[in-house]
Every structure is written in C-alpha cells, then in structure tokens.
Design a protein around this ligand. Structure first.
Ligand SMILES: *Cc1c(COP(=O)(O)O)cnc(C)c1O
Length: 369
C-alpha cells in the first residue's frame, strides 16, 4: 500500500500544509511574481531580500519578539546550534552553563557544550527512562551560570514543558525545534531560541535563530570560524554565504499560512490542543491497550508516544496502518514503540481518521475477556 500524504504522522521532516505544497509546486517551475524557478533565483536579488525580510517580520510577529531581537536563517540544523551556542556564550567562562537532560535531544546538546566549557546538568531524567520532566521543586539554578539551556519539546519521548523553566536573571536558551510556532511564546524571556524548520516550519535545510542583541558578545570574535559567528549573519541579514533559498521561501509560505489561513499562533495552539486531546483521550480510554509513554502532566501536544501490549502487536499496528494510508507512526529508532507526530500542518480531520483506525484496531486485537 502507498501512504497518503494527508495522513503523514512523521516525526520529521514533518508534513506541510496542502495549500503550501500547491504553491511550492508552482514555484519550482516559476515563481509568479518573478518569472524564474525558485531553484534558480539569485540569493542577491531584491526579491529574495524581500522574502527574508518578510519571513523575519512574520516570525517576530508570531513569536511576539521585540525589536531588540534578530531573526537568523542558518544551516547545519539544530545540531549545529548545539555547538554554536556554547562557542558563543560559554567559551572561556569560569562558571558552568546549566542544562536539563530531559531526553534524546537534550542529551545530544550536552556533550557538544562540554567540549567547549564547563557544564552542570541541573536535572537528568535518564535513570527514570525519560518518562517525565522535572517539577519546579526539583530544580535549582545558579545565578552565575553564563546561560541555561533546555529543550521545550522532547520529540523522541513525547515530553513537553508547559511552563518556562529557569530563572529570568540568567540568559535562557531553548531548542524549540519540534514545537516552534505551535503555541504562543514569551519570547522576551529568552536570550536565544533556535528551531530547525523541518518539524513545524518547512523543509529541512534551514534553522531559525532568534537572538536578543544584548545576549551576544560585543566584539565579533575572530577565534571562531566565520560561519559560526552569529554577528556575521546579523550583519548580512542571513546572506553571509549562499543561504538555502528554497527552504527559506517555503518557510515564508508556511508563516503566511499560519497567519492568514489559521489566524495566528493562539488559534494554532487551540487546534493543536484539540488534536492532542483526541489522541490522549483515546489512549486513556483504551483499557490499557494503548499505553501512553509520557507522564500525564508532561505530555507533548506535538508527539504522542505510546506502546501496545506486545512488540508483535506494534508491528502489526504499523503494517495495518500503512495499509490504510497512515505513515510515520513508528517510534524513534532510539526507543521504539509508536509515535504520532501531530505538528501544525496536520489537520484535525487526519487525527480523527487515525483515532477511528486505532479504535478499530483495538476492537480487533484486544485480549479476549
Ligand atoms: C529533530 C530535532 C533535532 C535535530 O535537528 P537537526 O536539524 O537534525 O540537527 C534537535 N532538537 C530537537 C528538539 C529535535 O526535535
């Protein structure tokens, strides 16, 4: 069976809105207002400068970020930010940067920072298998830390912070790759936010960095490679070298969709909440057939992770789902199980169809009474 694009529950790259795909299809041949293919337009053209400008403004508006924040479009994915952040904010520092180790992706960020300078892991969920996030009573942070880093949504485990951890007098840095623009964000409480595009914002190839001007060192440091210096990207409006023109253009179309068709991030958050509620109600009402992986209070509205009673049933679930057109439901290879990623672009109707499929599957396979 072939998967159906409207039923793509992939963890990343994630589904994109249908109306955006239609515009992209046209732009690959010819961007209407330019007369050239999006794949062959100069990154030095006035048109592309306007694309970058509009995308910067849209992201600033959607995040509610004040004027002293810069929006950058970089390459190297979120992974490059795992290094670029400490190279900028931790090098040569005496006090440790503080990190939360809440799952797979924060676990990738920590060793990259440790290569650069002192790091204190303020809390780790490793011993408990990353089944939950810390409560505020389990956290204490130093006022001297150069910065505090956390991942707002652990994509693999399906854990999401529903509050902003950390102290407001220490620069706060957040990897929002998998819940970027999925809900309102108190941007001014962050010194730096990064998110690659390929989960909620566009195709792979571009990573958004929102950075408060004052958070960066005054001097452009010449002990860093030019590309790894945020100042170079600020000065050139993300045109330091050839940027990923196509990915940036698609991200612009997605922000227009979010603003004009959806009506902004507050409305997006309501829709995302309805989708997640449908999924979690189904898990909770399944008499233990579907077992949610994440602690209830920390459940992600983006990645719903669950298990079935046996690995055999999980394999059967995946093959039956694909038979019905659903794709992307296998859990991350690091932990297995099942995962339904319900990013912004996935409509409520797709989640309803998945819920119907899951009900049928449970009826067919539940243990005999
Ligand atoms: C997918 C993911 C990453 C990895 O990003 P790359 O762009 O592949 O480097 C990092 N952080 C989070 C939270 C993710 O979900």
């Amino acid at each position: 069976m072939r998967p159906r694009n409207s039923l793509n529950f992939s963890g990343g790259p994630g589904a994109l809105p249908e109306s955006v795909l239609q515009q992209v299809q046209e732009a690959v041949v010819e961007v209407p207002e330019v007369g050239l293919s999006i794949l062959g337009i100069s990154h030095r053209s006035d048109w592309f400068a306007a694309v970058v400008g509009e995308l910067e403004n849209n992201i600033r508006t959607l995040l509610g970020a004040p004027d002293n924040y810069r929006v950058l479009f970089l390459q190297g994915g979120a992974t490059q930010q795992f290094s670029m952040v400490p190279m900028t904010l931790l090098r040569g520092k005496e006090h440790a940067a503080e990190y939360l180790h809440t799952g797979y992706w924060s676990g990738k960020a920590i060793p990259e920072a440790q290569r650069v300078g002192p790091v204190r892991v303020a809390w780790s969920g490793a011993a408990a298998g990353f089944g939950r996030l810390p409560g505020d009573d389990e956290l204490s942070f130093s006022a001297n830390a150069p910065y505090f880093h956390y991942v707002s949504n652990e994509t693999v485990e399906g854990l999401q912070f529903h509050r902003v951890p950390g102290r407001d007098d220490v620069p706060r840095v957040c990897d929002m790759s998998s819940d970027f623009l999925s809900r309102p964000c108190e941007a001014e409480r962050y010194s730096l936010i990064y998110a690659h595009a390929q989960k909620n914002l566009g195709p792979a190839g571009v990573t958004v960095v929102l950075v408060r001007d004052e958070a960066l060192p005054e001097e452009a440091r010449d002990d860093l490679p030019g590309f790894l210096n945020y100042r170079n990207h600020i000065q050139t409006h993300s045109n330091f070298n050839t940027p990923p023109v196509f990915a940036i253009y698609v991200a612009l179309l997605v922000t227009r969709w979010l603003m004009d068709e959806i009506g902004g991030v507050a409305r997006m958050a309501e829709i995302n909440r309805s989708k997640a509620e449908l999924m979690y109600d189904l898990l909770d009402g399944s008499d233990g057939f579907y077992r949610g992986r994440a602690a209830i209070q920390d459940r992600s509205l983006m990645n719903v992770t669950f298990n079935l009673p046996t690995p055999e049933l999980e394999r059967r679930f995946l093959s039956d789902a694909l038979e019905s057109g659903f794709s992307g439901l296998a859990g991350h290879r690091a932990i297995g199980g099942l995962r339904a990623s319900i990013y912004n672009a996935l409509p409520l109707s797709a989640v309803e169809q998945l819920a119907d499929f899951m009900e049928d599957f449970r009826r067919a396979h539940r243990p005999a009474p």
